[in-house]
Ligand binder design. Structure first.
Ligand code: CP
Length: 308
């Protein structure tokens, strides 16, 4: 297995070999019973520092550390840390890297994970930095697609919703650009379009089509990856109120969908997917969230031996 990184900051840092190494390890983790993997992080401590809210990323990392026999320290709310007293991120990370063997962090500021990686003597894993990137979500998204379709190459995927602020879709675009013949339909209203810089960076490899019309392109899709409108990133609340109901998906989408069509979402869902879709064959989002465990176990076990 070949893996070249010492920190997981941005999916753009990953080569195709790095991505495949993680997916392969995750498949191995999923097959391995707990009793056979619960010494991988023996005597290791992982700090889980969440300066922003989370359910899945934090809890699946904590579960993964425990499954591998490690100890977890950290906080789920920056308000209970010395950040509240004015301590800088750099100082917090330098101190915690003296307590822990790896640090998983989420922060509201774009670039926070990169800054942390620069000052930390231990590997940093980015659990989301503002509207920028969410690389471990992307790895579990790719794992889910590969498991479902037995391939990533040649997939037709629609990215729907808040493509401007949604960090999961930003990371996913960069990751998909490592695979051949992938077609991406970026489906968003004008005010929430995928940033031009990301289209520019990836369109040499991906076939990208930008549109606001879901129904027209739905029959072409193997996967529709829907996203929440990211209320917390809007400067103007009125603008959020105007756009918050732009796409609300119900069972009607299944009428025009391809056979084998799957609906993915990084979760949490607010109102963009009706609960009537939750128990259909198309809904892959709960399975997707569950895949966070083997993928994060894989990352922790790969980074265990990294020397910075
Ligand atoms: N998908 C995701 O990042 O979920 P959380 O915000 O609950 O961690």
């Amino acid at each position: 297995m070949s893996f070249s990184l010492t920190d997981i900051v941005s999916i753009s840092d990953f080569s195709r070999e790095d991505i495949e190494a993680v997916l392969e390890k995750a498949a191995e983790m999923e097959k391995t019973p707990l009793a056979k993997k619960n010494k991988i992080l023996e005597n290791k401590t992982v700090a889980v520092l969440f300066f922003e809210p989370s359910t899945r990323t934090r809890l699946s990392f904590e579960t993964s550390v425990q499954n591998l026999g490690g100890n977890v320290i950290g906080f789920a709310d920056a308000g209970v840390s010395s950040t509240k007293k004015g301590e800088s991120l750099s100082h917090t990370i330098r101190v915690v890297s003296g307590y822990a063997d790896m640090i998983v962090m989420r922060h509201s500021i774009e670039g926070a994970a990169r800054r942390a990686a620069e000052v930390s003597k231990k590997p940093i894993i980015n659990g989301g930095d503002g509207a920028n990137q969410h690389p471990t979500q992307t790895l579990l998204d790719l794992y889910t697609i590969q498991k479902q379709f037995k391939k990533i190459e040649g997939i037709n995927i629609g990215l729907l919703g808040d493509l401007k602020y949604g960090r999961t879709v930003h990371s996913l675009m960069y990751a998909l650009a490592n695979f051949d013949k992938v077609k991406v339909y970026c489906i968003a209203p004008d005010s929430l379009k995928m940033p031009k810089s990301i289209i520019g960076d990836t369109s040499g490899k991906l076939q990208v089509k930008e549109t606001s019309k879901l129904q027209e392109f739905l029959p072409k899709l193997d996967v529709l990856y829907a996203t929440r409108i990211q209320k917390e990133r809007f400067v103007d609340e009125f603008e959020y109120e105007q756009i918050k109901n732009v796409f609300i998906l119900g069972k009607e989408i299944l009428k025009n969908a391809k056979e084998g069509f799957k609906l993915m979402h990084p979760l949490p869902i607010v109102n963009e997917i009706k609960t009537e879709l939750d128990n259909t064959d198309a809904a892959l989002y709960f399975e997707q969230a569950k895949n966070g465990i083997p993928v994060r176990e894989a990352l922790l076990s790969i980074l265990r031996d990294v020397k910075k």
